[in-house]
Design a protein around this ligand. Sequence first.
Ligand code: SF4
Length: 492
Amino acid sequence: MYQEIDLEKIDLSSEPPIEEPARQYYFMAKCRTWIQDFEEEYGHKPKACVVNMGCQMNARDSEKLTGILEMIGYEQTDREEADFVIYNTCTVRENANNKVWGRLGYLNNYKKRHPHMKIALCGCMMQEAEVIEKLKKSYSFVDLVFGTHNIYKFAELLATVLEQQGMVIDIWKSTDMIVEDLPVERKYFFKSGINIMFGCNNFCSYCIVPYVRGRERSRKSEDILKEIRRLAKEGVVEVMLLGQNVNSYGKNLEEPMTFAELLQEVEKIEGIERIRFMTSHPKDLSDELIEVMGRSKKICRHLHLPLQSGSSRILKEMNRHYDKEQYLQLVEKIRRSVPGIALTTDIIVGFPGETEEDFAETMDVVEQVGYESAFTFLYSKRTGTPAAGKEDQVPEEKAKERFQRLLKKVQEIAAKKAEAYTGKIEPVLVEEVNEQDESLVTGRLSSNFVVHLPGTKEMIGKIISVKLNECKGFYFYGEAVNETGSAFAKKQ
Ligand code: SF4
């Protein structure tokens, strides 16, 4: 495992190894020599800032980037006024791209005053050809650009940047490579995201992900289980299994394993008390999975099940491969087999051609399902996706008006759903000291609702019983209680 690797012992006079991840450790050792020179010259370690944008899969990749930078010897900082800054970008909506262009302007001014500074860009946005052209033309102060398929090669690319001037660009169209055992610096000691697969084969007509993350490829189950066993030994009690569509896990493996089978193996791992997963595509959510969730002691009582639209006509246009009735039947089956399950979803408003009748269907599904919460989005045209070429784009004003109506309904229902938990005693994983009030800690229910309660930092990472005294719309105030349900005596 990477903790046992001593970069000082790597012989840099020999050629870099071909096999991975040994090759990347060779380049980490090479980068470290540059760090040592920097320390001699400036009298301090260089600072590195990893800026994560986008989804939980990006967040997990950013933990790898941070792990590699730490292994090399950089000091982590959250401030972008650093010696090395890397943006792990997202491109799921237009505004994500605009954010990057905006911030690069600020970085360029800082770099003018600190010419040794290095700037890098990676992630989904870099997989777009027009983005690379724009970078070459107008952002020549950027030193390194790479994509989603070769993130494991970061150390090797960084070594090239540290040795030469000029922009280094390495974008791959696709890959079947999955490199294990690279350094990872986790944000939380008690929970961790676990990428179980990469890419997506679904090609929903509005979505850019299949074009920037490539075809589905699953990690071997033994590598995933080995990683989770190690994390459990390190004190992790909650894991979030991540994939664009976890329900199609294992299809490309030599020894195929279904997602439900993988979950049952994870359930056996001692020390892991909670299992979460994201994202599920309704068309692939199997009866086997529902049955496993119903029987499980560790799988959290929360399922994120993107609907996107309630109109069967629009769902067809979106290439989602289920219709309104099938989605509602699936929800009913899940609710029957998994008591107390909290359902959340994603909904797009303003998809090309969406009529008032289509939108009414969406509102009807929201009413029928009664989601604990929903992520609602205005349709964002993504160049290169089939939907972007559709004539009948919905006028922005109309889309915004519908969006407001949907948001209001979702919030009304979510508040009612949350209210029903008031007075209950529920297990809560304490996650952090409350940012606004240090006498409080903040944690999450199995259903993913947030709770604030009096507590101390010693409680972080522990699952405790909490009485939910007050509901504040989508979160709660509560108090820690003992096994008899009575509150612990206040410390004098
Ligand atoms: S399932 Fe559809 S929406 Fe989700 S990542 Fe794949 S193509 Fe995009």
